[in-house]
Design a binder for this molecule. Structure first.
Ligand SMILES: NC(=O)C1=CN([C@@H]2O[C@H](COP(=O)(O)OP(=O)(O)OC[C@H]3O[C@@H](n4cnc5c(N)ncnc54)[C@H](O)[C@@H]3O)[C@@H](O)[C@H]2O)C=CC1
Ligand SMILES: O=C(O)CCC(=O)C(=O)O
Length: 428
């Protein structure tokens, strides 16, 4: 049993939730392969800083509601912290902490000079008007003023936030400074310093990773039948990129459920429909399937691009795909990881597969700081170079050590952050 002193030191932490425990358990699986000092490992199990705010907001009907907001910064050892902001009814401190931890490994794996952060507001964005969302965003940004900034912490879009949200954040921050500070957020509209190709970057990066995996597995991407869960920024673009490369997308889903057609779906028309109606609800072509059924469809590649905790011990043995690509963060539980490994279904892990977004965010920040902007082809080529380099390092470690690609990706990130802590003389 732990002594009183140990119990004091390891008192339950506010962010200690199932998702955070998953992030730490994945870290613990990777640490023995990363060769870092135990003191460094212990440091990296905890975020550096967690900020909780309350955002009082007037609704359109005159009522005033207080929305909780969070921002967690996991590690600033490599540079400013970086990560998205999400609006969702389930946002919590623990969720943001887990996502911030993953951002640290993702940035290090892609060799970006950033640490990890994540934030969000606990609200139901689908039930809110644009005016209400604007008021929440501006209040949340005002509350974060002490901890964000181009050299401190740089937010970006995530679930249910977008270019408009970033424009409001940039404007709120800039008004406080008295001049325009585009480099305080990424994923902005191009008119205020956003980068071309940031909108497409995460989904495009997912498909670059799938394409690289297909090369290594000796599969033709154009012959693959794909299922995509989530039809927002990541899933919608990934589905389109798959079609552009000749693959057949046989099913997609969003929060309203899924659509399946073994002959292949008309993704451009479905994207236009989802944009106009806010979701795929009411889309008339193909068969409707539930989100649970969609995950169990027979296919070659399953792209998880909705949210965390979708493949668990309850359904991992029912999946009928040959490869999983994690566009979302944390969509596969630890137990499901073990079941899928046992079943021989490889997983292209989140911190590698969805890293296209933060990579082009980095390009956007660099362009903003230099006030010099690059073209689409240049950015796409630079992104492909970085994604392929990260993929190759992960693939190599995974095969050399016979460890899953998730562990290999974590090892790469953890090793570099550990080395930076040591070089700076911070630990051990
Ligand atoms: N936007 C970005 O640049 C990046 C996003 N991600 C991750 O990708 C995931 C998706 O993010 P975005 O596409 O940006 O969000 P989004 O809000 O644009 O889209 C989310 C999509 O998932 C659907 N969805 C929500 N719950 C669902 C469920 N239970 N079953 C099926 N579909 C469901 C929504 O209806 C929507 O179509 C998140 O895990 C996010 O953290 C990761 C890297 C970068
Ligand atoms: O673009 C960024 O800075 C962060 C993207 C993000 O939140 C993620 O990769 O999960």
């Amino acid at each position: 049993m732990a002594s009183t002193r140990e119990a004091e030191l390891h008192a339950p932490l506010e962010w200690d939730t199932p998702l955070y425990r998953t992030a730490v358990a994945q870290f613990d699986q990777a640490v023995p392969h990363a060769g870092i000092h135990p003191d460094i490992a212990e440091r990296l199990r905890y975020p550096e800083r967690a900020f909780i705010v309350s955002c009082p907001v007037r609704l359109d009907d005159g009522r005033r509601v207080v929305f909780p907001g969070y921002r967690v910064q996991h590690s600033s050892v490599l540079g400013p912290t970086k990560g998205g902001v999400r609006y969702d009814a389930e946002v919590s401190l623990g969720e943001c902490a887990a996502l911030a931890v993953w951002m640290t490994w993702k940035c290090a794996l892609l060799r970006l000079p950033y640490g990890g952060a994540k934030g969000g507001v606990r609200c139901n964005p689908r039930a809110m008007s644009q005016a209400e969302l604007e008021r929440v965003t501006r209040r949340y940004t005002s509350e974060l003023l002490p901890i964000i900034g181009p050299q401190e912490d740089i937010p970006a879009p995530d679930m249910a936030t977008n270019e408009q949200t970033m424009a409001w954040m940039m404007d709120t921050y800039s008004m406080q400074r008295g001049f325009a500070v585009p480099e305080v957020v990424t994923g902005k509209p191009i008119s205020i310093g956003g980068s071309v190709f940031r909108h497409e970057a995460t989904g495009a990066g997912v498909v670059m990773t799938i394409a690289r995996a297909c090369e290594r597995l000796d599969w033709k991407l154009s012959e693959q039948r794909c299922v995509v869960q989530g039809f927002g920024n990541v899933g919608g673009i990934a589905a389109q990129e798959l079609v552009d490369r000749g693959a057949t997308v046989i099913a997609v889903s969003d929060v309203s459920g899924g659509v399946y057609d073994p002959a292949g779906l008309d993704i451009p028309s479905m994207s236009a429909y989802a944009k106009e109606h806010g979701s795929l609800e009411g889309w008339a072509t193909g068969s409707r399937v539930s989100n649970e059924e969609l995950l169990e469809l027979e296919c070659d590649i399953l792209v998880l691009a909705a949210r965390e905790d979708q493949v668990t011990s309850a359904n991992a043995h029912l999946l009928q795909c040959k490869l999983i690509a994690e566009g979302a963060n944390g969509p596969t539980s630890l137990e499901a990881d073990a079941i899928l490994r046992e079943r021989g279904i490889p997983i292209l892990p989140d911190i590698l597969t969805n890293a296209g977004g933060v990579t082009v965010s980095y390009f956007e920040w660099v362009q903003d700081l230099g006030r010099l902007f690059w073209g689409r082809d240049e950015i796409r080529a630079k992104l492909a170079e970085k994604m392929n380099d990260a993929f190759d390092r992960v693939w190599e470690i995974s095969h050399e050590r016979d460890i899953p690609m998730r562990t290999a990706a974590l090892v790469t990130g953890i090793r570099d952050v550990g080395a930076a802590l040591e070089a700076r003389g911070l630990y051990p």
